[in-house]
Ligand binder design. Sequence first.
Ligand code: ADP
Length: 421
Amino acid sequence: MLLGVIADDLTGATDVALILAREGMKVVQTVGVPAAAAALPDADAVVVSLKSRTNAPDEAVAWSLAACEALLGAGAQQILFKYCSTFDSTDKGNIGPVTDALMHRLGARYTIACPAFPANGRSVFQGHLFIGSVLLSDSPMKDHPLTPMRDANLVRVLQPQTKLPVGLVPFATVEQGADAVRGAFEALAKDGPAIGVADAVTNEHLRTLGAAFAGEKLLTGGSGIALGLPENFRKKGMLSTKATDLTFTAPKGHTAILAGSCSVATRGQVADAKAKGVEAFEIDPIALAEKRLTAQHILDWAIPRLGAKPVLVYSTAEPDKVRAIQDRYGRDEAGAMVEHLLADVARGLATNGVRRLVVAGGETSGAVVAGLGVTMLEIGPEIDPGVPWTLAADGHPIALALKSGNFGTVDFFTKSLAMLG
Ligand code: ADP
């Protein structure tokens, strides 16, 4: 194994796994810390997906260190800590505390922090994160329920989260190439360990940053920062030049879509699928809380409809409706209630022959995959930037498209299923 990745959520893990696979690595994604290194299949990269983005920092650190040990135990030569391309975090973490702990464990003198992902409109310039053409702090992320991002200056955002000094490796340096970048990081770390936020506006910048970190123990960033890493190993003769074959044979069976994301993109995707005639069941969280709605009710509706066409079950709602539910039941409780329901529905659908399942929402995907008991995923073809089809790699006969809420074109649901033929 060459590269070990620790991802702070499931759909982010799938996203980085896809990038590495496209760049020619054989990649396996595990759900949670693998029980034993021996159980891991042969791979160039192993991506461990955690659910640690919004947990208490101590917990996120402990899980990340456990993942790091498992990856090192399996032979990883370099570790990448992968977080969201919108730098989702609070003053307490978890990007800073996890980075500190991993640097300490790996004895890294410096590391990079770069969430840029130009293919999805995330770029970093002069340390400021842009979402498309607007600053992070002017984007809808300013109102995120768990990690509101109200400052686009990543040096300023990261500094309170870490004991280490945070500096900037600016655009002009990145433009000069990998040697200049390495020089800038050396300068940042001249008086002791330090973290550098690096600018990147294009994939070329990300490849330069990757090249600058050849042989370094640790990188941190969005999935884009992985772009240049396989080439480092290829140059050393450790990776064959051949690109990985991402063709994919999905198991035959029924199809379904579960949407637990309330993000703008998912709201559009639910409306689009319904407009195209996909039969849909809307979850009423109040009925759920009052036990008038159970997974069995939804399965009783869905099972007779399973056939050539997909069915859609969604809790996706407009922000005012979500707020009303959160005010009534508590944000975390409301979220957990809907996540459990969708996990139970997923299990019931799989038992009744669903073999191709699209899931919208990062937390929702985590809950559904756990509910299905899937522990390992193989990466298949890309549907939209950052979202591949995956195949359960632990014997469960199911193909899964796990979509972070805001990813994907408006026709994502029907398009992804049509791709499988
Ligand atoms: P995203 O990727 O868009 O952030 P997630 O699945 O990560 O989506 O998060 C959405 C959260 O909102 C989940 O915890 C989900 O259970 C919760 N949720 C879904 N629908 C509703 C609703 N109608 N009211 C309140 N919370 C909801």
